[in-house]
Each structure stands twice: as C-alpha cells, then as structure tokens.
Design a binder for this molecule. Structure first.
Ligand SMILES: C[S@@+](CC[C@H](N)C(=O)[O-])C[C@H]1O[C@@H](n2cnc3c(N)ncnc32)[C@H](O)[C@@H]1O
Length: 279
C-alpha cells in the first residue's frame, strides 16, 4: 500500500467524518450524557478491546502528566484521570470533544483534564510545548493525512524519560484480509481505499493507513524515538448483526477456535499494532 496514499486528503474531510459520528458514540443505546451511558460505553469498550488497559497501563501514570492525541469521546482520557493522571487531551472533532468534556464534568474530573480542539499535525500551535511523562495515542494517527507530521510534533512534548504509546492499525491482519475479500472482492489494487472505507463502524472513513510491524517501528524511529516494544492484538470475533443489538455472539469459526489458538491468532494477525517507545 503506498505509504502516502491519503497525503492530499483535506483535513476538513477527516474532521467532518468524525464530527458526523464520534468514535464509539453508539457503544450504549442510552441517552448520550448520562452517567449510565458513559458507564456502558466504558464497559463495552474494554470488553471488546480488553488489551487496552494492559497497553495503557493506566495506574502507572498516577500523578504524572499525560498528553493524549485523539481522545475521541474520552474513554481512555477519563480512565487516566480517574487513576490520578493530569491529562491534556486533544482531538480534531469538536463533536467528540463536547461529549468528552461533558463526560469529565459528570464524573467530577474536569479539573484534571485540559481538553483542546486541535489538528495534531500542527499540535504546537494549540498546546504549549512542555515535557510530558506519557504521550498516548490510540487508534488515531493512521486517520490523519500526514502521519509523519504528528509524530514529529510529538517530539516537542518529549524529554528524557517520556514514554510514547501509540496504536496504529496492522497491515497483516485478519481485518485487512476480511475487507479485501468481502468488500474489495479480492481487488488488491483498491486495497487502500477499501480499507479506509470499511475500517470503522461508520462506512466511508476518508483516511486509514495500515502498518506492518517494521513500518510502525520506523514511523516512530524516524522522529528519533527508541521503540521498546511492538505488540499485535485484537481480532474482533463477534457477529455484527448481533453486536449492533448489544449482543455478543461469536462468528462460528471463532466460536469453535480454542481460546489459546485464538490468542495466538490475535498476536499474529490482530488489527492493533501497539508500539511503546522512549524519547
Ligand atoms: C478511532 S477514533 C479513536 C478515539 C479514541 N482514541 C478512542 O480510542 O476511542 C479516532 C480519533 O482521531 C481523531 N483524529 C483524527 N485525525 C486527527 C488529527 N489530525 N488531530 C487530532 N485528532 C485527530 C478523530 O477526530 C477521532 O476522534
């Protein structure tokens, strides 16, 4: 896949897409804004993506400064703050930020989180460069046209001792294979567009890059970060018609796959490439 396939997409197209349907906004059928709604969103997110708490290592950042790039509606943001971190959280989408801000207020965590609307490709225009203990970005930078710009902006917030944790989508994954076969009808030459179009819950995402382990590592190394860990995980095993009704029934082939085999499969062909690096 050409590494810069979406470099010329306007950032406004990305912003409009995420404003139309903020990420995970339908993780609960309840009315957006209630405590119960947010509790359900959180439960569903960490049920479906159970590797997040291990990767984010939320309790480690108690009393520390966390910069979150692409907070969406704030599930991880709230969890960092709840564990005692002081968080600066940015996102391109005002609609997502509205929900995230209100969520922080509902849980009385507003004073621990500084939310900012920002394009992370030019983050230093919006957030004063100063050292953070953790720079965290989960499922975000592969959705921006100029990914390298975001990574080089991260340097302004890193000092010796800063940890960087970034999740980008994995090229050699079951999900990419499924999109290629199901939606792309095997047309490899259309893979970039098909992956973007079908990568999210809402069809038509304008920008989604995918990375091999080596490409992910190089992305961070090119900005001078030292990559310490590269982990692959997350295969979504549930049947979609049931999942959208908040029921969790696995598709038959994952239902019959022994648990240990499934875990091994996830480690090879998962959709999430989780990179941990140091400044
Ligand atoms: C898949 S969601 C992930 C949100 C959150 N990290 C989570 O795990 O729920 C991707 C988010 O990235 C944000 N995003 C995309 N490009 C961005 C950019 N250039 N600057 C800031 N945020 C961006 C979108 O607005 C969206 O909220």
């Amino acid at each position: 896949m050409p590494p810069r396939a979406f470099a010329d997409k306007p950032i406004e197209a990305v912003q409009d897409y995420w404003n139309r349907r903020p990420c995970n906004i339908r993780h609960s059928p309840l009315e957006v804004g209630t405590r119960e709604y947010y509790d359900e969103v959180e439960t569903r997110k960490y049920f479906v993506e159970p590797h997040i708490p291990g990767f984010a290592d939320f309790s480690r950042w108690a009393g520390k400064r966390v910069l979150e790039i692409g907070c969406g509606i704030g599930t991880d943001t709230i969890t960092f703050a709840r564990h005692g971190a002081r968080v600066t959280a940015v996102d391109l989408s005002e609609e997502s930020l509205k929900v995230a801000r209100q969520r922080a207020a509902v849980f009385g965590l507003g004073d621990r989180i500084d939310f900012r609307q920002a394009n992370a490709e030019e983050l230093t225009r919006y957030v004063t460069p100063e050292p953070y203990d953790l720079i965290y970005s989960f499922g975000v930078i592969h959705h921006t046209p100029q990914v390298e710009k975001v990574v080089s902006q991260m340097r302004a917030y890193a000092h010796p001792g800063t940890t960087v944790k970034v999740m980008v989508y994995h090229r050699w994954s079951w999900k990419v294979f499924a999109i290629l076969m199901r939606e792309g009808k095997g047309r490899v030459w259309r893979l970039s567009e098909e992956v973007a179009r079908h990568s999210e819950a809402q069809t038509g995402c304008p920008v989604t890059y995918v990375y091999s382990r080596r490409e992910g590592r190089r992305l961070l190394e090119a900005a001078g970060f030292r990559v310490r860990k590269v982990e692959v995980g997350h295969v979504f095993p549930y049947s979609i018609p049931e999942y959208v009704r908040y029921e969790y029934r696995k598709v038959w082939y994952f239902r019959w796959m022994p648990h240990r085999l499934f875990r091994g499969f996830e480690r090879q062909f998962g959709w999430h490439l989780c990179l941990t690096a140091e400044a």
